[in-house]
Design a protein around this ligand. Structure first.
Ligand code: SF4
Length: 341
C-alpha cells in the first residue's frame, strides 16, 4: 500500500472524484498533511468517517518516529528517528536566546566518507524520501515547543548525508517547508550545506533556489582537501569556484564558507591566506567551526591559532564568525552524528 503523502495532488483529486467525494475534500486532506503534519488518519478531525475508511483501505503512512531524545547540558537536543523500514537517522535542535535551529538529515548514512565525520563511517544506505525529511521538522517542531516554548525558527540541512546527492527529495522538502500550502517558513531561514558538488550548485542556481547556501570547505589547499574529503577528487577548485560564482550571479546571494579548524592541519596563518585567495572572487561570509573529537584522530585548534587565523581574515575585510560547538556531551555537534550513537 502506498503512503498517502507519496501520491500527487492530481492523483489524490482523481481518487476522491472516483470515490464520490466533493472537490473541497482535497484541500482539507492536504491541509492535514502539509500544514498540520498529520501522520495518521485519526488526526484528520474534519474528515468524515466514511472518507477516512476509503483512504485507509487504499493508503497508509510510512511514519517516522522519535526513538530517543537526549538533551545536553546546554539545552541542545539530539533525536534518533526510526524510519518505517527500521533505518535510523539523527536530527538536532539547537536553542539560543532568540532562535531554535533544527539540523536535519537528508540521507541514511553518507557515501562521501569525509575523514573528520562520524556519519561517513556508516557508508551510504539510502536517500531519504521528502516526507522523511519533512517529518523530522514536524516532530522536532513539536518537541521544540515542549522544550523551549518556541517553534523552530531556522533549519540547516547539515545532518547526515550530502543534500545535493538527494537533490529532488531535498528540493521537495524545502517546497513543503516554505510553501503557504505547507509550513510557510521564509526561505531565508533555511540553509543547505554541501561539500561542494559543482553540478548540484549550478542546478540550484538554475532552479531559482531561495534558501542560503553553505559550502563545507574546511581546507583551501586543494590537494590536502582531497585527503579530508575524498569526493573532491573529481571537483577541482576551479570547477567549485566557477559554480559558486554562477550561483551568486544568478541568485545575488552571499555564500557561507564553513571551515572546521583542525589543530596543526588547516589552522595556520598560511592556511588563512589560502582561504582568503579561495574566497577572493566570490562574495562570502566565513563561519569558523570548533572541532569536536570523534575517533578521527584530529584535534581542536588551540585558542591562539584561532585568534591568529581570524585576525588575518579580518585584516582582509572578510566577514568572519566563530561557531562554538553545542551539544558535545551528547555527540550532537558537527561531524558527530552517526546511527545509534
Ligand atoms: S561531512 Fe557531510 S558529506 Fe562528508 S561524510 Fe559527513 S555527512 Fe557525508
Amino acid at each position: 500500500m502506498n503512503d498517502l503523502r507519496h501520491i500527487t495532488s492530481d492523483e489524490l483529486a482523481t481518487f476522491l472524484v472516483e470515490n464520490g467525494e466533493k472537490k473541497f475534500r482535497l484541500g482539507q486532506i492536504e491541509d492535514w498533511l502539509w500544514k498540520k503534519g498529520a501522520q495518521n488518519f485519526d488526526e484528520m478531525r474534519n474528515i468524515s468517517t466514511d472518507l477516512k475508511k476509503k483512504l485507509q483501505g487504499n493508503f497508509t503512512f510510512f511514519n517516522t518516529q522519535i526513538e530517543t531524545m537526549v538533551q545536553s547540558q546546554d539545552g541542545t537536543a539530539k533525536f534518533i528517528f526510526l524510519l518505517h523500514d527500521g533505518q535510523r537517522i539523527e536530527g538536532v535542535l539547537i536553542p539560543t536566546e532568540t532562535r531554535v535551529t533544527a539540523c536535519i538529515s537528508s540521507q541514511v548514512g553518507c557515501a562521501l566518507r569525509c575523514s573528520f565525520c562520524a556519519t561517513g563511517t556508516m557508508g551510504f544506505i539510502r536517500n531519504l524520501h521528502f516526507t522523511e525529511i519533512f517529518d523530522q521538522f514536524i516532530l522536532m517542531n513539536r518537541k521544540s515547543q515542549e522544550l523551549y516554548n518556541q517553534t523552530i525558527t531556522n533549519i540547516v540541512y547539515m545532518g547526515m548525508g550530502e543534500p545535493l546527492m538527494n537533490y529532488e527529495n531535498v528540493m521537495r522538502s524545502i517546497d513543503l517547508l516554505t510553501s503557504p500550502k505547507g509550513q510557510g517558513l521564509s526561505p531565508s531561514r533555511i540553509t543547505l550545506s554541501t561539500v561542494g558538488i559543482s553540478m548540484g550548485i549550478r542546478r540550484l542556481a538554475d532552479d531559482g533556489f531561495k534558501p542560503d547556501l553553505a559550502l563545507s570547505l574546511h581546507c583551501a589547499d586543494e590537494v590536502k582537501r582531497r585527503r579530508l574529503m575524498p569526493v573532491t577528487e573529481h571537483q577541482t577548485f576551479e570547477m567549485l569556484q566557477d559554480s559558486l560564482q554562477y550561483f551568486h550571479q544568478k541568485t545575488g546571494k552571499r555564500i557561507t564558507i564553513e571551515y572546521l579548524l583542525l589543530k596543526n592541519w588547516n589552522d595556520s596563518v598560511n592556511d588563512a591566506k589560502r582561504l582568503f585567495h579561495f574566497c577572493r572572487p566570490i562574495p562570502v561570509k566565513i563561519n569558523l567551526i570548533e572541532y569536536n573529537s570523534t575517533d578521527s584522530g584530529f584535534e581542536r585548534s588551540p585558542e591562539e591559532h584561532v585568534r591568529q587565523f581570524v585576525d588575518f581574515l579580518e585584516s582582509k575585510n572578510l566577514i568572519v564568525n566563530i561557531r562554538h560547538s553545542r551539544g558535545q556531551d551528547i555527540a550532537a555537534a558537527c561531524g558527530q552524528l552517526v546511527k545509534g550513537k
